[in-house]
Design a protein around this ligand. Structure first.
Ligand SMILES: *[C@@H]1O[C@H](CO)[C@@H](O)[C@H](O)[C@H]1NC(C)=O
Ligand SMILES: *[C@@H]1O[C@H](CO)[C@@H](O)[C@H](O)[C@H]1NC(C)=O
Ligand SMILES: *[C@@H]1O[C@H](CO)[C@@H](O)[C@H](O)[C@H]1NC(C)=O
Ligand SMILES: *[C@@H]1O[C@H](CO)[C@@H](O)[C@H](O)[C@H]1NC(C)=O
Ligand SMILES: *[C@@H]1O[C@H](CO)[C@@H](O)[C@H](O)[C@H]1NC(C)=O
Ligand SMILES: *[C@@H]1O[C@H](CO)[C@@H](O)[C@H](O)[C@H]1NC(C)=O
Ligand SMILES: *[C@@H]1O[C@H](CO)[C@@H](O)[C@H](O)[C@H]1NC(C)=O
Ligand SMILES: *[C@@H]1O[C@H](CO)[C@@H](O)[C@H](O)[C@H]1NC(C)=O
Ligand SMILES: CC(=O)N[C@H]1CO[C@H](CO)[C@@H](O)[C@@H]1O
Length: 813
């Protein structure tokens, strides 16, 4: 491959018609940042749908191993399928299953996967994905206690990729709140955390078999007894260190030293209690006691004392048997000394240990309870510690095995779990497991194989772990500290024509050249996109019909669903399904309409157009599209404009004020129909001081948008009504510089009772608003609140079943 350096703008605009083929405005403020194009940016991704996302977001690679490379590109598409736009204000999250499962928490979140997902998403150019997702945990309603997790650690390490350390510092108090939720599962005598293995995302793991050897209690066998686990405790050490780091950036010495001490003590307890010298491994310890078990996020049921092998375990006897979770601590920097790391490494390469054709296994193969589920290699930490005899070839062997595992029918693929010995997924169900997102892969390629070690200061560290016979590799347009970094290694200089050895570019300029594969290079200070300027999608609805925005269509194929066009999920597969189509419609044109609760100023519509015509289906691009709003016809996109199938098409027009956007699509022929995976309407975010209650996320059996012509807050009289005891009117995306401010609620209370409403800021109750009866008029009530720096969640929780309460606006000034 020979390529000349050409400088490209990151916000690639492909056409100058009304169609701008890009995520709207995302990179508007990165001003002047440029990358390189040694790798063919189109060819590499031509086999995938949703190429605009890939082009705008992913770092490209070029390596001698096609299998690892193909899986790398596939994994960006599987991540994309799992990115869900929740609602304006909240922004993005990441699902573990593309169709959220019943046990998922708020908006389909499952915290077990979040650390992996943040580790992957931190390498996307659009920082909104991970910013929003992190804040859904630190400030929003996502549940960080359902499963064990290392979200705080991932948040801290991510800041070393974005260079946005202020964002990390701003999360400090939210991180401490998340930490504190785990207090009930800490035994201070032992100095460790415990949980059931099933909630450590390891159902059917060794403790369950040891506790139920006779297989008489399936739940116990599947879930396992409470156990002090090396995985969970390592996550907590890493989470505590993340808090200490956030505190250090925030110049809060007390919190920093407190959490450094907490981390050190927890780590010391791990060596003392969980390291088994006789088995040379980190092991779990049973903790069979009476304690509440989580049921979803709620502590509702109690697990009886279990009659296990050790009915009570005062001596803290360790399990016999080495599990894969004993390999996890190294990833978090724990056990990186020869006496701990060498035996772990040896076990990974022992055919009776964890080594398998599609390994590592979850339990040693020699163990009588041997069974296997999810792969999760980490080896780079042990390799780099230099305390063992690990080789780059061994690292590569595991990475290649991992890529070999992520296959189905000869193509990259991920489902829930894989057999260690056969080329078969052991958990993979149709319309459910596809593109399962509960593992790290691309972060391993970037930080492990290709050796980018994120740093807190203005340096770039390159330390690849590649086999000695590799003569080339490239990592191109990697976002790092708000710059685009390209790393080329070309032993003989023939592949990239950019010289022999290692060449490093930052924003299109050569900043380093050397023969060695290793480098530490100073780079310019971070460039951070202001968070409060990121556009929002006002069309997304996380709840389905019953709340605004709503979607309807003049015709919908019975197996499709107009709501799918505004569910925030974008992927173009036939199965799992995610679309509206008018397949079988008798009309030559059909109209898909999204209705907002109140008028908005709108200047574009982005359509993720579905087509399966090249996959044997009958849905094709529209021949012509007309857009209508409240004031009539807005624009027409005719055949002179190239529409892209299975991708985003942004249609821009002069701003109109409207309560709906109607998209009238004409079929190309009598034998083809039209389809939309997602209809997005991106607008600038509200900046206050006034926020409309009808824009908030509403929960409660009766809580909904009503139209009250006596309200003048909006021109269509939209207000929130049905505010009852079970209500939560949750405003998100309220921006603040982080200080005390006045909150004024405009409401009507038509009952005779005084009603108290709890005001929660970022999930913490702060104050109470007293809503005195206001007859049929709207009145205001004010209070002082303290907001955090950046985006805030402000919830008005509660109401009254006796009174009729309506909300107009919240004013923050
Ligand atoms: C350290 O932090 C923990 C967790 O937030 C808190 O409970 C404890 O009081 C703090 N200790 C000190 C000395 O500040
Ligand atoms: C969990 O809670 C739900 C609803 O509160 C209840 O229906 C279910 O039985 C509970 N499950 C367990 C295992 O306690
Ligand atoms: C903590 O662990 C010790 C030692 O196993 C045990 O005796 C004690 O009951 C545990 N404490 C709680 C609160 O469970
Ligand atoms: C590393 O040392 C172990 C003994 O701890 C040995 O079994 C193994 O073969 C060595 N590996 C390599 C790659 O030299
Ligand atoms: C796939 O699952 C979704 C949600 O679970 C369901 O609505 C849809 O009908 C299913 N589709 C197929 C093709 O089975
Ligand atoms: C490196 O050597 C291994 C083992 O001999 C071989 O399988 C592989 O193809 C070689 N790779 C390259 C890029 O030459
Ligand atoms: C088809 O387009 C015409 C012209 O814009 C429009 O009046 C009609 O409502 C459309 N039909 C449907 C079913 O959307
Ligand atoms: C739309 O923009 C106009 C002009 O800036 C402004 O007067 C109007 O209030 C805006 N409408 C809405 C709903 O924000
Ligand atoms: C392969 C893998 O999971 N890599 C991780 C290993 O651990 C280091 C930290 O010690 C992480 O940065 C890597 O992402």
């Amino acid at each position: 491959m020979a390529a000349a350096l050409s400088v490209i703008m990151t916000f690639l605009v492909l056409t100058h018609t009304v169609l701008a083929h890009r995520q709207p405005q995302i990179f508007q403020n990165t001003g002047g940042i440029r990358g390189t194009s040694f790798i063919d940016h189109e060819d590499t991704i031509s086999g995938f749908h949703g190429r605009t996302f890939l082009r705008d977001n992913i770092p490209y690679i070029d390596i001698p191993d096609k299998l690892v490379q193909d899986v790398y590109y596939y994994r960006w598409t599987s991540l994309q399928r799992n990115l869900r736009y929740v609602t304006a204000g909240i922004g993005y999250m990441c699902t573990e299953f593309v169709h959220p499962v019943g046990y998922a928490q708020a908006f389909g979140t499952i915290d077990a996967a979040a650390g992996h997902q943040i580790d992957e998403a931190r390498w996307l150019r659009n920082t909104a994905y991970a910013d929003d997702y992190i804040q859904l945990y630190t400030r929003g309603p996502a549940d960080p206690l359902q499963y064990t997790q290392w979200i705080l650690d991932a948040t801290s390490r991510r800041a070393m990729v974005t260079g946005d350390s202020e964002f990390l510092a701003n999360q400090l108090h939210g991180m401490i709140r998340v930490w504190g939720l785990w207090d009930p599962y800490f035994n201070s005598t032992v100095g460790l955390y415990y949980y059931q293995p099933v909630w450590d995302a390891q159902e059917l793991s060794l403790p369950g078999f040891v506790a139920d050897p006779g297989n008489t209690n399936w739940d116990l066998r599947k879930d396992g007894p409470d156990t002090y686990r090396p995985s969970h405790n390592a996550y907590m050490v890493a989470n505590a260190r993340a808090i200490a780091r956030a505190a250090s950036i925030a110049h809060d010495d007390l919190i920093e030293s407190n959490f450094s001490r907490i981390a050190d003590e927890l780590e010391a307890a791990m060596y003392e209690r969980l390291w088994a010298p006789e088995q040379e491994f980190f092991l779990g310890v049973d903790y069979p006691v009476f304690r509440p078990v989580p049921n979803g996020s709620k502590l509702t049921s109690f697990l009886p004392q279990m009659d296990v092998i050790r009915p009570d375990n005062p001596e803290l006897t360790r399990l016999t048997g080495r599990e894969q979770v004993g390999l996890f601590p190294y990833r978090f920097g724990i056990g990186l000394e020869k006496s701990y790391a060498q035996p772990a490494l040896d076990a990974m390469f022992d055919p009776a240990g964890f080594l398998a054709p599609y390994g590592p296994t979850t339990l040693e193969i020699r163990d009588p309870w041997f069974a296997a589920t999810k792969p999760d290699p980490n080896y780079s930490a042990i390799y780099r510690s230099g305390v063992t005899n690990a080789t780059a070839e061994q690292y590569y062997q595991y990475l290649h095995t991992y890529a070999l595992t992520q296959q189905k029918n000869g193509k990259p693929y991920v489902a829930e779990s894989h057999s260690p010995f056969g080329d078969v997924w052991s958990a993979d169900s149709r319309n459910h497991s596809e593109h399962y997102d509960h593992s790290t892969n691309n972060d391993d390629v970037i930080t492990g194989l290709l050796g980018i070690l994120p740093q807190p200061d203005d340096t770039l560290h390159i330390s690849p772990i590649v086999p000695t016979n590799w003569t080339y590799f490239a990592l191109e347009n990697l976002p790092y500290h708000g710059h685009l970094v390209t790393v080329l290694y070309d032993k003989d200089g023939l592949r990239y024509n950019a010289g022999l050895g290692l060449t490093v570019y930052v924003d299109g300029e050569i900043i380093h050249h050397g023969e060695d594969q290793f480098a530490v290079v100073p780079i310019p200070p971070p460039v951070v996109v202001p968070h409060d300027e990121k556009p929002i999608n006002i069309a997304a609805n996380p709840d389905g019909p019953g709340q605004y925005p709503t979607a309807d269509a003049t015709f919908t194929y019975p197996a499709d669903y107009s709501y799918k066009a505004i569910d925030g999920v974008v992927y173009y597969d036939q199965v799992p399904d995610n679309r509206w189509t008018d397949y079988t419609s008798p009309n030559m044109n059909d109209t898909l309409t999204v209705h907002f609760a109140r008028p908005h100023n709108v200047s574009s519509v982005t359509l993720a157009l579905y087509s399966d015509i090249s996959r044997g289906g009958s849905v094709d691009l529209p021949r012509l599209i007309e857009i209508y709003g409240s004031s009539g016809h807005v624009t027409t996109v005719d055949s002179s404009t190239m529409l892209m199938s299975n991708d985003h098409n942004e249609i821009s027009f002069d701003t109109v004020e409207t309560t709906f956007v109607a998209v009238n699509m004409y079929r190309r022929s009598a034998a083809t129909w039209v389809g939309v995976c997602e209809l997005e309407v991106w607008t600038p975010p509200p900046t206050g001081p006034t926020y409309f209650a009808v824009d908030a996320h509403l929960t409660g059996a009766n809580t909904q948008v009503l139209f009250d012509m006596s309200s003048t807050a909006t021109s269509n009289g939209a207000v929130v009504g049905g505010v009852k005891a079970d209500s939560n009117v949750a405003f998100s995306g309220i921006w603040s510089n982080g200080h005390s401010t006045r909150l004024t609620l405009s409401y009507a209370n038509t009952g005779n009772t005084v009603v108290s409403i709890s005001v929660e800021v970022n999930q913490m109750p702060q104050t109470v608003l007293t809503l005195v009866p206001s007859k049929s008029k709207y009145a205001t009530v004010a209070t002082k609140i303290t907001l955090a720096k950046g985006k805030n969640y402000v919830s008005l929780r509660g109401g009254s079943d006796e009174a009729d309460i309506q909300y107009e606006t919240l004013k923050i000034d």
